[in-house]
Design a protein around this ligand. Structure first.
Ligand code: MRU
Length: 339
């Protein structure tokens, strides 16, 4: 395969490398991800993370394994192992469905390579279209709030919600971005803060629990988040903490936008209740660990509940900003996502 480089994926000499998102921003470290076991480990550890990126990394690895000589049976098995690596983000399943079709080709090696490269190119284009559509909703002087990380790190392009914010900034419309640190794994504090800094977008980092008082004080004009899965009724699974922001936004009359590409849609999933929610290790809540070190503050045997995502009901969402444009609550009620 040709040499390839996105913000957090790299292919050199037919080997896949990932930018370790657990080491950022303290360290910019590229790690090999040239076997299924390695990539699955990176995905579990959130070194590779973000709904679009998970699917793209798995697709690229399959294509590279094929080029490096794996047979059809091994590839079929690898595909299923990768599909099971994280349950909530449907981009992984949607991308791998396309790779499965390519694997069925008689000449499956070039078919897989072409499909993986197509998925990467498409994701870039989807991000650009989302940014265009979303930036039109951003009013001059906006103070925006975002959660988790939805930028170039999480996609092959400019990102989803963060792509909207970056473009609106280039258009001179962003006064400030409130960045939720996003407990427990701090994707906001570590990754979004880093990306916004690199892009020169003015931001202030807050703990998740500060969002309510900011909204109460009239300091937030709109909320922009990404999505891991959008169900047929418009319910959205996204990083834990998103639902509370949506409830707060409703109470304070603040627009709440979800930005996502078509690869995040799951018309076969009737509603949010049917979205599988990943449960994660207790250690992520009893303390914190990263390239900055590790600390535990809870008692050794503390009982923990740690869902990685929550579901925001469609009724709390002001607009779903897709690559195809802005979808309104009326369109969603009319079955837009069920098609
Ligand atoms: O657990 P993560 O970091 O993979 O969760 C990521 C999110 O929830 C993002 O908001 C979502 O994947 C959209 S990324 C463009």
């Amino acid at each position: 395969m040709q040499t390839l480089q996105t913000t957090s994926l790299r292919v050199v000499d037919n080997q896949l490398f990932i930018l370790d998102q657990q080491a950022l921003p303290q360290e910019k470290r590229w790690l090999p991800a040239d076997s299924v076991a390695l990539l699955v480990e990176h995905i579990h550890a959130l070194r590779v993370r973000g709904a679009p990126l998970i699917g793209l990394s798995a697709s690229l690895l399959l294509a590279l394994l094929a080029e490096n000589g794996a047979n059809r049976d091994v590839l079929a098995q690898s595909l299923e192992t990768l599909r099971a690596s994280r349950p909530t983000a449907v981009n992984l399943m949607n991308n791998l469905d396309r790779m499965k079709q390519a694997l069925a080709h008689e000449d499956f090696v070039p078919a897989l390579v072409a499909e993986a490269l197509r998925l990467i190119a498409e994701d870039k284009a989807l991000c650009d279209s989302i940014a265009q559509a979303g930036s039109e909703l951003v009013k001059p002087g906006s103070r925006l709030l975002t959660h988790c990380n939805t930028g170039g790190l999480a996609t092959a392009g400019v990102g989803t919600a963060l792509g909207v914010i970056a473009l609106a900034h280039q258009q001179g419309k962003v006064a400030n971005v409130w960045v939720d640190e996003t407990r427990p794994l701090l994707q906001g504090g570590r990754l979004t803060a880093w990306e916004l800094g690199e892009l020169g977008v003015p931001y202030q980092l807050i703990t998740d629990s500060m969002a309510a008082s900011l909204m109460g004080k009239g300091q937030v004009d709109a909320i922009w988040v990404g999505a891991d899965r959008i169900a047929a009724n418009g319910d959205v699974a996204n990083k834990i903490g998103t639902y509370s922001l949506a409830v707060l936004a409703k109470f304070h009359g603040i627009p709440f936008y979800v930005a996502a590409p078509q690869t995040t849609l799951d018309p076969n999933c009737p509603n949010g209740e049917a979205i599988p929610i990943e449960q994660r290790a207790a250690s992520e809540v009893t303390g914190v660990a990263g390239s900055f070190g590790a600390v535990q503050w809870a008692p050794e045997n503390a009982q923990v509940y740690n869902p990685a995502f929550d579901v925001t009901p469609a009724a709390l969402i002001s607009g779903w900003v897709l690559d195809s444009g802005v979808v309104t609550p009326e369109q969603v009620s009319g079955g837009f996502f069920a098609r």
